[in-house]
Design a protein around this ligand. Structure first.
Ligand SMILES: [Zn+2]
Length: 81
């Protein structure tokens, strides 16, 4: 079962701390309220515990995503671009 992370939409929650993780079946309906306090919650999109496919990124994609792109200048050496 995947692990989902939720946060309370408005304010915080003394019971769940405003943020909690829940293990739910994939086919379970979207959780819209904190099971403890019934406040509206939203799912936090995270790569945590989700199967990720490694796809080749282009340098511009990586830069857009905030990565520091390292150029290989010679064997074993990298240069910060
Ligand atoms: Zn709560």
């Amino acid at each position: 079962m995947p692990l989902y992370e939720y946060e309370v939409c408005d304010g915080d929650c003394a019971i769940c701390g405003g943020k909690f993780t829940l293990r739910r079946p994939v086919d379970a309906p979207e959780l819209t309220r904190c099971p403890a306090c019934k406040k509206p919650v939203r799912k936090i999109i995270s790569s945590f515990n989700t199967p990720t496919k490694l796809k080749p990124l282009s340098i511009s994609d990586a830069k857009q995503a905030g990565f520091t792109v390292l150029k290989r200048v010679s064997k074993g050496e990298y240069e910060r671009q």
